[in-house]
Design a binder for this molecule. Structure first.
Ligand code: GLY
Length: 372
């Protein structure tokens, strides 16, 4: 069973295929886009040993040769040195303007390789083969590519849409449960921001998804990608609506910075907690009923996900310091923090009109809450 989501962006339109066995069928799916039967593949040290040979075999079935580069795994790879190494390697492979570069990995590899493709020879095409749930539902779709700077995450980059996305749900089977649930935080985000029916479906199907139900996984990835595609088509370069996808991220980025972008808190975990805080803030501002944050937190808890600040190991900075970290966010405009708030589950909107005192109150209370 394969489902396809089309992203209708004029000359940059592409398909996202979601299903089983896509690595094995990669050659047939990619061949129509190739001028000559070869691709350059970049992966990382975690993903390569698990999936590189399956990809090689899938490509070879259609007579496509691949060369490959394996980078270290982890966020530190999204940096100038690894970008330089990748671009140099692609040039050494004599990748031409009409060739295709393939990113096999999670968000770090997808963002880095997409950016390398964007700047190589002023832009070559690339295919995303996302191997984490987070990458399948978020980072591989929509064309945001880039690396981190010492001043902050994702500050250097380009919009460069992929030519094709192959989301093979079989590869999710090799994820550690913690990584799967971190990606599920982004899935919930879609329901919470714009589709209450999807959220209700997730409340019912979440446990099946987590325990490996393939049909449920395909459907969750499809609905998430469809929603992301709809938003990206409305606002490709984030002048407006695309910011909705950052629900929970203003809080999340501060928490990630406070925990040193380390294993203490994965990005998707920070998004789960951040989404719960964004709903709490919305309720405190009288935008939605207190039942909405409670319902959201109940589902996160039922899934065994990080939900509250108390779920983060170790100490956290005080509320004032967290607020200061939020002010470093990319979404600050004219010194004013922009938040994604909600009038209910599935009804998010973007606003710059949030009194910092209310944010402080929410953080203060969240820090004071007893640990579970
Ligand atoms: N991950 C947010 C976006 O793609 O806009």
């Amino acid at each position: 069973m394969t489902k396809t989501v089309h992203v209708p962006l004029d000359t940059r339109a592409y398909d996202i295929h979601i299903g089983q066995g896509l690595l094995a069928r990669s050659g047939a799916l990619i061949a129509p886009f190739l001028k000559r039967p070869r691709v350059a593949v970049v992966t990382d040290e975690n993903v390569g040993p698990l999936h590189l040979e399956a990809l090689r075999a899938g490509l070879a079935d259609a007579g496509i040769e691949m060369s490959d580069l394996t980078l270290p795994a982890g966020e530190a790879t999204k940096s100038w040195p690894h970008l330089t190494r990748t671009v140099d390697w692609l040039l050494d492979q004599k990748v031409e303007r009409s060739d295709i570069v393939l990113a096999l990995g999670g968000g770090v590899i997808g963002d880095l390789v997409g950016f390398a493709a964007a700047i190589l020879r002023r832009g070559v095409r690339f295919v995303q083969v996302p191997t984490s749930l987070l990458a399948q539902v978020d980072s591989s779709v929509g064309g945001k590519t880039g690396i981190n700077a010492s001043q902050g995450k994702n500050l250097i980059g380009a919009f460069h849409q992929p030519t094709l996305v192959l989301a093979d749900v079989d590869v999710l089977g090799t994820l550690a449960p913690r990584d799967f649930l971190a990606g599920y935080g982004e899935v919930i985000k879609y329901g919470a921001l714009g589709d209450e029916d999807f959220f209700t479906w997730l409340e019912k199907m979440g446990p099946k998804l987590a325990s490996g139900d393939v049909e449920a996984r395909v459907e969750a990835v499809r609905r998430s990608c469809q929603m992301k595609a709809d938003i990206v088509v409305r606002d490709e370069t984030e002048q407006g609506d695309r910011a909705l996808l950052n629900l929970g991220h203003t809080f999340a980025h501060a928490l990630e910075a406070a925990t040193g972008y380390s294993d203490r808190l994965l990005h998707g975990e920070a998004v789960s907690i951040g989404t719960a805080l964004a709903f709490e803030l919305s309720a405190r501002l009288g935008l939605c009923s207190q039942e909405d944050p409670s319902r959201l937190r109940a589902h996160l808890r039922a899934m065994g996900m990080k939900t509250d600040l108390g779920d983060i190991d170790g100490s956290l900075p005080r509320a004032e310091a967290l607020l200061a970290l939020m002010a470093q966010d990319k979404k600050v405009v004219d010194g004013q923090l922009r938040f994604i708030l909600a009038r209910g589950i599935g009804q998010a909107f973007v606003t710059g009109d949030v009194p910092p005192q209310k944010v402080l109150e929410v953080l203060h209370d969240a820090l004071a809450a007893p640990r579970k």
